[in-house]
Design a protein around this ligand. Structure first.
Ligand code: FPP
Length: 237
């Protein structure tokens, strides 16, 4: 099962407690560790986390700097543990705007965990769904221009392989914390048939117990992928 999470509400969680927004993000990073740890037990094979969107650069400079510092710390401090836990880490998003220090750590983590067979963890940093589709389209256009790819070979399946998620399965469930009910440019292409769970809890309040009950709720839903399943009484004799 693949779960995508929009980790929203760190800032509000902190502000409500009279704390600086960055304290909320720090709590958020601690929460990431707990949730990642619980995935194998809960049957989650792939986890995609929305850590920083292409729009997040518009935030106050000190908050952007603080978030980047937090990502650096997370990548550096969790490298060994993630590898020990057999987690395979990949990154989604446009890396070109990220600092060289972060890029080096991302590359190190990706290479180190490449052969791991446990949880597939995707971290979306400087990610936007539309941006991802545009970058994929440019790559496809370049291949068509060079004669490497024929226009008729551009199918949905082929198109997906040009996205940052490459050949990974689409998310079965997308969770967003902190009460907002929108996708905010997260997995725009990949979410076509995803189920959604919008929770009131902020990300620092998203405990493994809340995660578990959200997954239980998902498993009780019927998924039809656009197909109409006829009722027994409607079936031809
Ligand atoms: C949204 O809360 C959260 C973010 C923009 C950042 C998410 C980052 C983390 C959880 C920290 C670390 C992540 C990793 C992968 C180590 P918000 O600031 O928009 O909250 P608000 O809506 O209450 O202001």
């Amino acid at each position: 099962m693949h779960v995508g999470i929009i980790m929203d509400g760190n800032g509000r969680w902190a502000t409500h407690r009279g704390l600086a927004r960055l304290i909320g993000h720090k709590r958020g990073a601690a929460q990431v560790k707990k949730i990642v740890k619980n995935c194998p037990r809960l049957g989650v094979k792939t986890l995609t986390l929305y850590a920083f969107s292409t729009e997040n650069w518009k935030r106050a400079a000190h908050e952007v700097e603080g978030l980047m510092k937090l990502f650096r710390g997370y990548l550096a401090n969790n490298l060994v543990e993630l590898h020990d836990k057999n987690v395979r880490v990949r990154f989604l998003g446009d890396p070109t705007a990220l600092s060289p220090e972060i890029l080096v750590l991302m590359e190190k983590l990706r290479n180190l965990t490449e052969g791991n067979t446990g949880l597939q963890l995707n971290v979306a940093i400087n990610y936007g769904g539309r941006d991802e589709i545009v970058r994929a389209t440019k790559e496809i256009a370049a291949q068509v221009a060079s004669g490497e790819l024929a226009i008729d070979d551009i199918t949905e399946a082929r198109f997906s392989t040009f996205l940052d998620s490459r050949t990974q399965n689409d998310p079965d469930l997308i969770i967003r914390t902190a009460g907002e009910m929108r996708l905010s440019n997260f997995l725009t292409w990949q979410s076509a048939y995803s189920e959604f769970a919008f929770l009131q809890e902020s990300w620092p309040e998203f405990s493994p117990e809340v995660f578990e009950s959200t997954l239980q709720n998902f498993h009780s839903r019927t998924r039809q992928f656009g197909a109409v399943v006829p009722k027994r009484s409607e079936l031809a004799e």
